[in-house]
Write a protein that binds this ligand. Structure first.
Ligand code: SF4
Length: 288
């Protein structure tokens, strides 16, 4: 872990690092990785967790080691959250959020919006304020092909629902002093499309040594780089990097290839809207 962090953090450019999974706290050496990244001068370090915080994670690091501890919570109640995230998860996750806040950690929550939980989203700011959560990520469900269906139910929310329901909730949360971040998803007509894989520098690094430029490509053998013998090596052949340079009217190439269910077309076959890069975020800074 330390060698690989050295590989990516040995620059004078500010770097934001997120440990995510699976569940990163399952790895007993995660605190070692966090402290190593801190020593290397990372601008920010975040851990995304399902809330279980294995290996006594909160007692293995200090609030100074970490900028944010980010919990996935997909409902206001156990009745909505647990069918999505697992039996008993709501109670464990909210108890550990409260514990982390008590111990002085900055806590954020990631809420992945789907048709199963969008109706509880407007109540979330009050719960987050009660729990002492400082930052709220509203994420759009990005399931591929058939996995976007659960028991015959379409989990994806429509553009109309996303555009009408998300901004008011973001505003309500920021009015309560919470920093809110959510993806743009649908570009306005006059907005320029840009692919972060082409214009920014993000690396999605997997334990098997694969390194991707686009988070949607994970699990597929089209990674741009691989780590071998402590070096970052560009892959030959067809990789995501070559696909990212394609210019298509739908916007994001990988969305078109992997999540075509997100797209709608008119009778002439023209896309009704363009999908932005999933890394393009909108923010509401806390109003208090
Ligand atoms: S999500 Fe789409 S636009 Fe963003 S990096 Fe991946 S391919 Fe590019």
């Amino acid at each position: 872990m330390a060698q690989w962090l050295d590989l990516f953090l040995q620059t004078d450019r500010p770097t934001n690092l997120i440990f995510l999974g699976g569940e990163p706290t399952l790895h007993k050496d995660l605190p070692h990785g966090i402290r190593h990244a801190r020593r290397l001068g990372c601008r920010s370090i975040t851990v995304d967790t399902n809330g279980f915080l294995f290996h006594d994670f909160l007692d293995s690091i200090t609030p100074d080691d970490l900028d944010y501890l980010s919990f996935s919570l997909d409902g206001l109640t156990a009745g909505v959250n647990d069918p999505i995230r697992g039996a008993g998860v709501f109670a464990i996750c909210t108890a550990n959020i409260a514990k982390a806040v008590r111990q002085g950690f900055q806590v954020s929550v990631i809420y992945t919006v789907s048709s199963l939980n969008i109706n509880q989203l407007d109540k979330m700011p009050a719960l987050l304020q009660l729990l002492g959560v400082r930052r709220f990520f509203i994420q759009v469900i990005g399931l591929r092909g058939k996995s976007a269906q659960k028991g015959g139910l379409n989990l994806q929310v429509s553009p109309e629902e996303w555009l009408t329901k998300i901004p008011p909730v973001a505003k309500a949360a920021s009015d309560k002093g919470i920093h809110v971040i959510y993806p743009k998803v649908f570009l306005d007509d006059d907005e320029k499309f840009q692919c972060a894989g082409n214009i920014a520098e993000n690396y999605f690094i997997f334990p098997n040594g694969r390194v991707y430029l686009c988070p949607l490509c994970e699990d597929m053998p089209i990674h741009t780089y691989r780590i071998e013998d402590g070096r970052l090596i560009e892959q030959p052949g067809l990789t995501e990097k070559k696909l990212l340079s394609l210019n298509i009217p739908e916007g994001c190439v990988m969305n078109k290839l992997l999540q075509p269910g997100n797209l709608r077309y008119d009778k002439q076959g023209r896309p009704r809207y363009r999908i932005s890069c999933c890394l393009l975020k909108q923010e509401h800074q806390p109003a208090l």
